[in-house]
Design a binder for this molecule. Structure first.
Ligand SMILES: [Zn+2]
Length: 360
């Protein structure tokens, strides 16, 4: 690690306190305040065993689930070491008790993003285990897994002190000294929940994307005899796909060239499923209201016959990645907060094992 951070959120690798002599930013700016809002996530036994003041009152359980504890929002200051304070009691974090339980300090924003990712991943909510409990058990599993194999630094349980060839450092933990001095950390510290300018960014993508080609005129150049579903008449295939969720329809088109032509996804399919959050669930702003969003939806005001290319927008943003080189020029104006949200979303989705059977 190049940056001396004594305590950080294991979901995003960003700190809980910003001191002006370390970061060349205004610590009171609205963009960075989210880093101060921390919650402790653990199970009830960990709360008892890792409380340092034995006579103190145990903090109140308020996660709505008996198997997991989520604290109210608290604050950590440099100099607090491994301890967090709740109701004037000190709790030791990221150290396991004798039965392997531990307390994770996490940004409130990162928890909110993780809950969205897990809920999407599970599709059908389980009565046996809450989303927060699944998050806690997944983090515990990673903690003990890395401890067992003695991989990397103790607190970096998701391996965030690493760099992706395509997109660069995965977190502030992997920034070089040069990057730190040049202020490259700022976007890692920008609020991932409230993103000013997000709809302007989406509008600019739509406005600079060429119109979609006319897919109905696509002709089939089959390289082999059709098989299975490919043999069905288009009308019958349409009736079947009417019952499929949008992601399954897109996946079906990728099965073969024949199905790519026969499974027809028109402009309305892409537009409606982007705007209702189905295809780009990390862009929850699309579900809201406001003049910018109305403009985004207001295709009636576009010149005659012009239709925004929602398919291209969905494909561009669905991976939530921003390559360093050879990046699509439409991504140049990406707001820092949206960039950070995508980074945290991908960390949760790719690093945590939401194996329901394992944790049930
Ligand atoms: Zn975080």
């Amino acid at each position: 690690m190049n940056l001396d951070m004594s305590m950080f959120c294991v979901l995003c690798g960003s700190p809980f306190d910003l001191e002006p002599h370390i970061y060349n930013i205004d610590p009171d700016s609205e963009h960075f305040k989210w880093t101060y809002d921390v919650r402790l996530l653990c199970n009830p036994p960990a709360l008892c065993h890792l409380q340092i003041d034995p006579s103190g009152e145990i903090a109140k359980i308020d996660s709505g689930s008996s198997d997991v504890f989520l604290s109210e929002i608290t604050r950590w200051h440099m100099g607090d070491g491994d301890f967090f304070v709740l109701n004037n009691n000190h709790y030791l974090t990221l150290h396991n008790d004798q039965t392997g339980n531990l307390i994770f300090p996490l940004h409130d924003a990162c928890i909110q993003i993780a809950v969205k990712v897990i809920d999407l991943d599970r599709k059908v909510p389980s009565r046996s285990i809450s989303t927060l409990s699944l998050l806690y058990r997944s983090l515990c599993w990673k903690f003990h897994d890395r401890k067992f194999y003695d991989v990397g630094m103790g607190m970096d349980i998701l391996g965030l002190d690493s760099t992706c060839d395509e997109c660069g450092p995965n977190s502030m933990l992997a920034l070089s000294s040069v990057s730190m001095w040049s202020g490259d950390y700022e976007r890692y510290l920008t609020d991932p929940l409230k993103v000013p300018g997000i709809t302007t960014f989406l509008s600019s993508i739509l406005e600079t994307t060429p119109q979609d080609g006319n897919h109905s005129s696509q002709t089939l150049h089959a390289t082999r005899e059709p098989e299975g579903l490919e043999n069905l008449p288009n009308e019958l295939l349409d009736r079947i796909t009417d019952f499929l969720p949008p992601q399954s329809m897109i996946a079906l088109r990728r099965v073969s060239k024949t199905l790519a032509v026969k499974v027809r996804l028109d402009h309305r399919f892409w537009r409606n499923n982007v705007l209702d959050g189905t295809l780009l669930p990390h862009l929850w702003e699309l579900d809201g209201a406001g003049p910018e969003l109305e403009r985004l939806r207001g295709e009636s005001r576009l010149p005659n016959d012009y239709i925004w290319n929602w398919r291209s927008l969905a494909e561009l943003l669905s991976r939530r990645q921003f390559p360093i080189s050879r990046r699509d020029p439409r991504l140049e104006g990406v707001p820092d907060g949206y960039w950070n949200r995508c980074r945290i979303w991908n960390i949760v989705k790719e690093s945590l094992p939401f194996d329901h059977a394992r944790f049930a």
